[in-house]
Design a protein around this ligand. Structure first.
Ligand code: B12
Length: 221
């Protein structure tokens, strides 16, 4: 198959949630020298975007969304080591979790892979993480950055609840807060008092590095 045909296959088979075909396509693509980033950004992510659009139109329901997500997760499992082993420098520790009430984790996992690839030590708390859990883990690991991920307009208010919990625990000045997820905007991030927002994983990496550098400069002055 040509590279173009593989991208087409990955797009279509993710759309219908055919996990074995997606995994096979990824392996074939790698075997013929395709870049992992191309499969991710030119086929897999656009396919999930189409899944979301179909759900919104009422053409897809939760089961279709779920099997498409599983097919994507399978592809990410194969691509993870290839996307993550670019650098070994330890830039800082990033504690990441999807907020309470929310189980979406593909966007978060993608951020984690890119952060690891850029040299971050990533601690992933998983999904449906309560504010108390974030506090407990921040106290235990003293990360440079904590990231809150939310994919529902109904769970985005947990950003503010988490930040309030940080303030109450006396931790707000000790950690950089980043937020993200499909419905999140820079305006919303500013309104809840987050330090940083990013719309995608590569911007998240750049932003996290910038915020850490800025904080270290401030400490040195
Ligand atoms: C797959 C999916 C699911 C799967 C999730 C599986 C999984 N393991 O994640 C399942 C089937 C479980 C699911 C369930 C539901 N879902 Co859903 N789901 C989606 C879908 C199709 C794709 C999401 C996704 O993974 N995208 C791919 C990634 C790569 O997205 P991304 O945004 O580009 O990710 C980047 C950024 O967001 C950013 N980022 C992410 N996290 C973070 C964190 C930080 C700190 C930073 C800096 C950046 C960052 O970086 C990421 C990587 O580049 C979206 C549609 C959409 N357009 O988002 C709907 C969508 C999010 N779901 C939706 C809904 C309504 C639901 C349900 C309520 C449906 C229901 N009636 O039950 C439930 C809720 C379950 C719950 N309590 O959480 C709606 C939300 C609407 C809204 N405005 O609130 C959407 C938008 C669909 C739609 N168009 O209506 N869903």
């Amino acid at each position: 198959m040509t590279d173009e045909e593989i991208l087409q296959l990955l797009y279509e088979e993710t759309l219908t949630g055919n996990a074995p075909a997606v995994a096979g396509g990824v392996n074939d693509g790698l075997a013929q020298g395709m870049a992992p980033e191309s499969m991710l950004f030119d086929a897999l992510i656009p396919s999930l975007e189409e899944v979301g659009a179909r759900f919104e139109r009422g053409d897809y329901f939760v089961p279709e969304m779920l099997i498409a997500a599983r097919a994507m997760q399978g592809a990410l499992d194969i691509l993870r080591p290839l996307l993550a082993d670019n650098e070994s420098a330890q830039i800082g520790t990033f504690l990441m979790g999807t907020v309470k009430g929310d189980v979406h984790d593909i966007g978060k996992n993608l951020c984690n892979i890119m952060l690891e690839g850029a040299g971050f030590n990533v601690i992933d708390l998983g999904v449906n993480v309560a504010p108390e859990k974030f506090i407990e883990q921040i106290e235990e690991h003293s990360p440079d950055v904590v990231g809150f991920s939310a994919f529902l307009t109904t769970t985005m208010p947990m950003f503010k609840a988490n930040i309030n919990a940080l303030e109450k625990a006396g931790l707000r000045d000790k950690v950089i807060v980043m937020v993200g997820g499909a419905p999140v905007t820079q305006e919303y991030a500013d309104a809840v008092g987050a330090d940083g927002y990013a719309a995608d994983a590569s911007t998240a990496v750049r932003k996290a590095k910038e915020l850490i550098e800025r904080r270290r400069e401030r400490v040195l002055v």
